[in-house]
Ligand binder design. Sequence first.
Ligand SMILES: [Zn+2]
Ligand SMILES: [Zn+2]
Length: 314
Amino acid sequence: MKASIVLLFALLAAGCSLQEPLADNANLPAKEDKRSERLSRQKEAVVRFFRPMAVQEGDWLDTQKEPGETFEEYLASNPTLPTPARRTIYIQPIGKFTGEQKRAMALTAEYMKAFYNLPVKLNAEIPLGNVPPDKQRKIEYKNNLQIRTAYFLDDLLPKLLPNDAAALIAFTNYDLYPGDTWSFVFGQATFSERVGVYSLYRLSNIAFGRDNDKDRLLTRALKIAMHETGHMFSMKHCTKYECLMSGTNHLDETDRRPLDDCPECMAKLAWAMHYDPVERYNALAAFWEKNGRAAEAKIFREKAKAVKGVEAAS
Ligand SMILES: [Zn+2]
Ligand SMILES: [Zn+2]
């Protein structure tokens, strides 16, 4: 068990590398100062909706030392931001999918738009294409075809990357592996090249965990896609709260994490995307109302109200 945890940890770590932002403590202009001051106040209003980070055995922070990153540290880090020329996030399905998987991808595109306030385009499905022999293998005991992530990241996706893409995220139903010594990986991204690939293969609804989530595939796909997109805008792993931007070692840890950014990470995102937190929380509430998850919707409406309250008081 221990060995499998370590291996899994290494796999996820491989799939979750973060481009270091350029160190630059540039002074923010006065207008930016005001905006960041306001967000510093607003983020305090939603603290009560999040739990402080609690590390369990085998968790990401049990095996990794990470400093975390506050809102203020993010501002000082000269992060990669969307530009007018490159702000669309493309989601590219590759292969054949079940109805449930198609629904999860369509909803991921919708959630992404509400979450990041960027244009999101869901492309039509394309076939896998001809995978060279050295970029595929079969797992003997299951006779299961696996595709090496390099096939997507180096061969296929760069050719499909549109000029206006902030990122091109591929979803596939094939099981993935990053190299011969690995058993599998959930996904991998190269942020400098703006492409990433994530497999839905191991995310299915096999069992309901402690949160009794009947929509587990969708919930996991949303968490993984939002988390990786956060990295694309230089957001580091969060260590302060149980947060969507916290690193995870295994699916059980992913399942424990919320479907939203903590106060610090929310402020980073709102600043990076020029996104009003009240508008954002209401958009996310509307998503869940439309998709029949009243409990999620209610929390987002309450967050919107809490931030509005701070504004009225100041
Ligand atoms: Zn990560
Ligand atoms: Zn966070």
